[in-house]
Design a protein around this ligand. Sequence first.
Ligand SMILES: CC(C)(COP(=O)(O)OP(=O)(O)OC[C@H]1O[C@@H](n2cnc3c(N)ncnc32)[C@H](O)[C@@H]1OP(=O)(O)O)[C@@H](O)C(=O)NCCC(=O)NCCS
Length: 145
Amino acid sequence: MDNVIIRKATVDDCFAIAEIIKYSLGYDNSPALIKSNLETILKNDADIVFIAEYSGQPVGVVHAENYNSLYAPPQKELMSLAVKEDYQNMGIGTELVKQVENWAMETGRCGIRVLSQQRLEKAHKFYEHLGYEYVKIQLNFEKYF
Ligand SMILES: CC(C)(COP(=O)(O)OP(=O)(O)OC[C@H]1O[C@@H](n2cnc3c(N)ncnc32)[C@H](O)[C@@H]1OP(=O)(O)O)[C@@H](O)C(=O)NCCC(=O)NCCS
C-alpha cells in the first residue's frame, strides 16, 4: 500500500469518479451530474467522500452519510464504494472503508450500514471479511418527479 493515499474528494474528482463508478458498478452517469451532486454533498458535514489514489491516479471512491432513523441508533450509511478493476484485491477497498469507520467513530456514530445489490457477491464477502453482518434482503422502490 506504499503507493496508495486516501484523501478527501473535491468537485474536480467528478471525472475520475464517473469512470470508477462506470466500470466497477456499471452506472453510466455524466461527470456533470456527479459534479453537481458533489457540490451538494461536500457542503454537508454529515457526508464524506474519500478518494484512493494509486501513484497519483484516482482509483477508488467511497461516499458515506448519516443514517438517522426513528427506531435505530445513529449510524453512517455507505452510499457508494468502488475500486477500479485493475486495482482491486490490493487492500484499497479495505482502506477506504476503514477511513469511513474512523470518521464515523470520531463523529459519534455507533456503526455503519450498507445496502448492496444481490448481484455484487464479491462485495458481500468483502464486507463480511471486514466484520459486517448480513442482516436481510430488501426490495427498493423509487418514484421520480
Ligand atoms: C468491493 C470492492 C470495493 C472491494 O475493493 P478492493 O479494493 O478489491 O478490496 P480489498 O482489496 O481491500 O479486499 C478484497 C479482497 O482482497 C483481499 N486482499 C486485501 N489486500 C490484499 C493484498 N494485498 N493481496 C491480496 N489480497 C488482498 C482481501 O482479503 C479481500 O478478501 P475478501 O474478499 O475475502 O474480503 C471492489 O471489489 C469493487 O469495487 N467492486 C465493484 C463495485 C462494488 O461491488 N461495490 C460495492 C457496492 S455495495
